[in-house]
Design a protein around this ligand. Structure first.
Ligand code: SF4
Ligand code: SF4
Length: 222
């Protein structure tokens, strides 16, 4: 009797409605909005590169897998709107753990992550992505390498998440557009779903922020 009862539990789980396994890769589930996939180097709407070669991403990377070299922009043909640009940029995907700390650290939103994680390499050289491979194309889309398997919006959905912390430590930045315009995309809609803390907590947080000399916009007073 106990056995039949046990099998009954099993058979109840066999209906189509209960099925959790899908035939991969013919059928893929939608990726979460904040999934961290293969990176891209973004460009502004006028085509200029966002990277200014500051090397903050390389400095913060816990896996030490980013290599950047900055260089002064040529006066007659600047690559970025800043003083400098990244003339060498490499990410070693044999080391990257997709933590997105590089994205958090980047002051210009130059480096972001797509939703692509299905890529494999036959040699170590292919695993080290160069700037030419990471830079978005003239339509603002991620370039597709032969060893990558892209689906749906994995190449367009690259920057639709807000930073985990606002610059001023404030939580109530929901619906504020933090991203600058991107080539082929424009200014992205803000991510939904973050909520300011309950009022008492918000009051404490605001007081603490002001105690450290910040105004309502999270800017520090010096
Ligand atoms: S996602 Fe993390 S590990 Fe990968 S390059 Fe960025 S900082 Fe380094
Ligand atoms: S990607 Fe961002 S953090 Fe890294 S060098 Fe370029 S501007 Fe600096």
């Amino acid at each position: 009797m106990g056995l039949a009862k046990g099998f009954g539990v099993t058979f109840r789980q066999m209906g189509a409605a209960n099925r959790v396994t899908v035939p991969y890769p013919q059928q893929k589930r939608d990726k979460p909005e904040r999934l961290h996939g293969r990176h891209v180097l973004n460009r502004y709407e006028d085509g200029m590169e966002k990277c200014i070669g500051c090397e903050l991403c390389a400095g913060v990377c816990p896996a030490k897998c980013i290599y950047v070299r900055g260089k002064d922009n040529p006066e007659d043909h600047p690559v970025s709107p800043g003083e400098r640009y990244g003339f060498v940029y490499e990410i070693n995907y044999l080391r990257c753990i997709h933590c997105d700390l590089c994205v958090e650290a980047c002051p210009t939103e130059a480096i972001t992550e797509t939703k692509l994680f299905e890529f494999s390499f036959a040699n170590r050289q292919d695993a080290i992505y160069t700037k030419d491979e990471l830079l978005v194309d003239d339509d603002g889309r991620a370039q597709r390498m032969p060893w990558e398997h892209w689906e749906g919006h994995e190449d367009t959905h690259t920057s639709a998440w807000m930073r985990a912390t606002s610059s001023g430590g404030r939580a109530d930045y929901e619906n504020r557009v933090n991203w600058s315009g991107e080539l082929g995309v424009g200014v992205r809609a803000p991510e939904q779903g973050q909520h300011a803390p309950a009022a008492p907590v918000a009051t404490v947080a605001t007081d603490a922020t002001n105690a450290h000399g910040s105004d309502d916009h999270g800017q520090a007073h010096h």
